[in-house]
Structures are given as structure tokens and as C-alpha cells.
Design a protein around this ligand. Structure first.
Ligand code: GDP
Ligand code: MG
Length: 454
């Protein structure tokens, strides 16, 4: 999604504010991309309307591409829709964190009911949460399987209880889900357990029998948490599932599994928007440690697939002199990018955390950064040495780098305390950069960083 938005706006030349037309073009892309990410249509419509309103008239920060700025607006809207906050107020942040915690505020044994379709990951997630509560909160946990359809499912939960070091309600053949529930409540209370997980049976599709059973179990067990476990890869079906379960049961939260798969988290956006329930956890693997506490910012990043462009936009807008950057970009495009401009750019790059910092933030640069790290890391002293070389030149030399001959190079090298070869390298870099900029027809940090690294 991020790449696509960037692409749309690469063709834009407008400056100042995002026009309606700019935004319309972006909204079409966002719509398409969200649908591709399996977000349900009504949710997409609602979301696009919200982003559109915020984007129109937004002042374009000249140091960054308008596309990146729209990405940031989209990202912020995603965070809010997913239940996160943009506020840095302690109370707001605490409220958001609390929403993704399990509520154990009840007389023990606190009952947590796991609901969802078959194969959504209920049993696996039960094991993960049991381990989580035992390790993090030092809780004494019991697991009970209500899956009377498949004996193997009961054994599966028993094995997970062993692995996570938690208690397990012994299997008694021939009992109904309701009977098992009653026995579990009794045993958990008797054994002094803090938390009792009820892992329900699933069907592959929603049906009345399944619903009736789980409703009855919920009525008897009075769970403090009733979590709907859903597969992130189910896409559009997720909305139907979430809506039906939310009608039938007093759901308190969502767990989204298989977020490690190809799905891009669109289901999360849909389910959250349809139910209004907090997403509490994400399943990130088959093993017991494949559990993440939900974090709206991180998931928004995943849906956008844009790495930390957002962070770069924020940093750049805070640090870069907008006018300078715009002027440099224009000069580059015209091929008038001289060494004074390069010195300026180098200074700004240092402010952004040097090469290492910039490369970490740029999408698609991660691989290059790894390669450079393998070769001994990014040399951030390089930036200041390169700047020193330029500052040892006369103003005339900075405007006419092509005319710098051997004797001048020697003087410059001596003046800045480097070898002549480093002066040559800098001049070559400048030459390549201006060539590339001319070809690209525009400036920008990404091209610059790529050039310097290469
Ligand atoms: P249930 O029928 O709802 O109880 O689903 P299970 O817990 O039995 O999970 C069904 C399958 O999905 C199993 O093969 C699990 O290993 C797998 N699974 C569950 N959660 C995740 C997850 O977060 N990531 C991945 N990759 N696989 C998962
Ligand atoms: Mg199961």
C-alpha cells in the first residue's frame, strides 16, 4: 500500500497544499489497496472518507514527497481505527494499553472463554495465553477443553497445558460441553486456580448448534473475558464471523491469529470496525511463544507495509529546512546542484541520524544496510569528513567542481586533513549524484542515500 501511494504521488508536482485532485487519486489507491488487504467494503468506505477529510488542504511539507505525507495521514487514521491513540497524554496511552490487557478483575477462578470457528487458532491461543499469564502475571492457570466433537482436540489442549506448565482438567469421556463447564468451574475453585480457560469446540462455519452450545456455556460460566479468536487470513469472511459472534455472545475482545502469514492484517481493521471491540493479542506463529500483545502502531505499519516511512516523514518535517530542501531539489532537477548544496544536504543527513539512521527509515533500504553492516558498518564520520572537504574549498571551487585540478585537490586535501583520494571520491560522488538527479528529474533523500552507499 505504501509503495503504491508513493507511486501515485511521484507524478505530482503541486506544492503548497494537497489539492482535491491529488487526494482523490490517492483515495482511489487506498481503496484498492485496502480491498486487496481484505478489508471489508463498508469499512473501506468509512475509512477512506475519514482519511479524505483529513488529507484535503493539508499543507505539504516540502522536504518530503506529498505521497509520503498521505501515507502518514493514512497511517494515523489506521492507528486510530485500530484502537490506538495518537495522543501522547499519559492517561490516553494508559487507557489504550489497558484495553489490550486481559481483564482478571474478578473473583477467582476468573473465567476466560475462547470462541471462534474451527481452525481459527482457539486451542493454540489458549496455550499461548496460559503460558503468558503463568510467566508474566504468575497466575495459576487451568485449561479445560469443551471440544466434544474431536477427542484429538482435547489431547491437543492437554499437551499444550503440559508444555506451558499449567493445569488441565482431566478428560472424562461422554460429557457434554455444559457438563464439562460445570466440572471445570468446580475443579478450578477447588484447586485454587486464578484463571480458568474454556476452550470451546468450533465448526467450520457458523451454525445454530454451535452458537446455542457456546451461548449456554457462557451463561453458566459467566466469563470475565470472552475472546473471539479469528484467523487473519480469512479476510472478508472475518466481518460476517465477528458480527455473528458479537450478536450471540458478550464478547470482550479479539485475538487475531496467523498474522505471520500472507494476510496483511486487513481482517483486523474490519473486525475492529464492525465490533468496536479491542484487539487484545496477535498470534504470530504456531509455537507457544508466537503471541504479541496488540499494538495499533505496529499493526498499522504492517497493513501499510511501509516500514518506517512515517517516522522519516516526521523526523524530516521536524528537522529539515523546507525551503532549503525544495531549492536543492529544484537545482538538482536542473543539474545545477553544486557542492554548496551537497554540503547542505550532508549537514541535514547528519541531523537525521547519519547514513545508518536514514537507511533504517527508508523502505527497501534494509537489505543495503545489512550489506553495509557486513562490510564493517556505515561510516558516519564519513559525512563530517565529506563536509570538511567541501568547506576547505573556495566558493569558486564549490560552484565549479568540474574545474578542480590536481594542485587544487592537494590543497583541499591538506586543508581538510584527508587524502587526495578522498577528495576525488567526493567529487565523483557529486558528479554521479547530479547525473542521477538529472535523470530522475527530482531530488530526495532516498536517491541521495542510495548514491552515497553505492
Ligand atoms: P482451533 O480449531 O480454533 O482450536 O485451532 P487450532 O488452535 O487447533 O489451530 C489450527 C491450526 O492453526 C494449527 O495448525 C495451529 O498450529 C495453527 N495456528 C494457530 N495459531 C497460529 C498462528 O498465530 N500462526 C500460525 N502460523 N499458525 C497458527
Ligand atoms: Mg481447538
Amino acid at each position: 500500500l505504501g509503495d503504491r501511494l508513493g507511486g501515485v504521488f511521484d507524478t505530482l508536482t503541486g506544492r503548497g497544499a494537497l489539492t482535491e485532485r491529488d487526494v482523490d487519486a490517492a483515495m482511489r489507491e487506498i481503496r484498492k489497496a485496502l480491498l486487496e488487504a481484505d478489508v471489508a467494503l463498508p469499512v473501506v468506505k468509512q475509512f477512506v472518507a475519514k482519511v479524505r477529510e483529513e488529507a484535503v488542504g493539508e499543507r505539504v511539507i516540502k522536504a518530503v514527497k506529498p505521497g509520503q505525507q498521505v501515507v502518514k495521514i493514512v497511517n494515523d487514521a489506521l492507528i486510530q481505527t485500530l484502537g490506538g491513540t495518537l495522543s501522547e497524554d499519559d492517561a490516553d496511552m494508559a487507557a489504550v494499553r489497558a484495553a489490550s490487557e486481559l481483564n482478571l478483575n474478578a473473583k477467582p477462578p476468573v473465567v476466560i472463554l475462547m470462541a471462534g470457528l474451527q481452525g481459527s487458532g482457539k486451542t493454540t491461543t489458549t496455550g499461548k495465553l496460559a503460558l503468558y499469564l503463568r510467566e508474566r502475571a504468575k497466575k495459576k492457570v487451568m485449561l479445560a477443553s469443551l471440544d466434544t466433537n474431536r477427542p484429538a482436540a482435547m489431547d491437543q489442549l492437554g499437551m499444550l497445558a503440559d508444555k506451558s506448565g499449567t493445569g488441565f482438567l482431566p478428560i472424562v469421556k461422554g460429557q457434554s460441553a455444559v457438563e464439562i463447564t460445570q466440572r471445570a468451574l468446580k475443579e478450578a475453585a477447588k484447586g485454587g486456580y486464578d484463571v480458568l480457560f474454556l476452550d470451546t469446540a468450533g465448526r467450520t462455519t457458523i451454525n445454530e448448534e454451535l452458537m446455542a452450545e457456546v451461548i449456554e456455556v457462557a451463561r453458566i460460566a459467566q466469563p470475565t473475558e470472552t475472546l473471539l479468536v479469528a484467523d487473519a487470513l480469512t479476510g472478508q469472511d472475518a466481518v460476517e464471523t465477528a458480527a455473528r459472534f458479537n450478536e450471540a455472545l458478550p464478547l470482550t475482545g479479539l485475538v487475531l491469529t496467523r498474522i505471520d502469514g500472507d494476510g496483511r492484517g486487513g481482517a483486523a481493521l474490519s473486525m475492529k470496525a464492525v465490533t468496536g471491540l479491542p484487539i487484545k493479542f496477535l498470534g504470530t506463529g504456531e509455537k507457544l511463544d508466537g503471541l504479541e500483545q496488540f499494538d495499533a502502531e505496529r499493526l498499522a505499519g504492517r497493513i501499510l507495509g511501509q516500514g518506517d516511512v512515517v517516522a522519516l516523514v516526521e523526523k524530516a518535517s521536524a528537522l529539515i529546512d523546507e525551503k532549503d530542501a525544495a531549492r536543492a531539489a529544484e537545482k538538482m532537477a536542473k543539474g545545477e546542484f553544486d557542492l554548496d548544496d551537497l554540503a547542505n544536504q550532508l549537514g541535514q543527513m547528519s541531523k537525521l541520524g547519519g547514513m545508518g539512521g536514514i537507511m533504517k527509515l527508508l523502505p527497501g533500504m534494509g537489505k543495503m544496510k545489512k550489506q553495509m553492516d557486513a562490510m564493517g558498518g556505515v561510516d558516519d564520520n564519513l559525512l563530517s569528513r565529506q563536509r570538511a572537504v567541501i568547506l576547505s574549498m573556495t566558493p569558486w571551487e564549490r560552484k565549479n567542481p568540474k574545474l578542480i585540478k590536481a594542485s587544487r585537490k592537494k590543497r583541499i586535501a591538506a586543508g581538510s586533513g584527508v587524502q587526495v583520494s578522498e577528495v576525488n571520491k567526493l567529487l565523483k560522488m557529486h558528479r554521479q549524484m547530479s547525473d542521477m538527479m538529472k535523470k530522475m528529474g527530482k531530488g530526495g533523500m532516498a536517491g541521495m542515500a542510495a548514491q552515497m552507499a553505492g
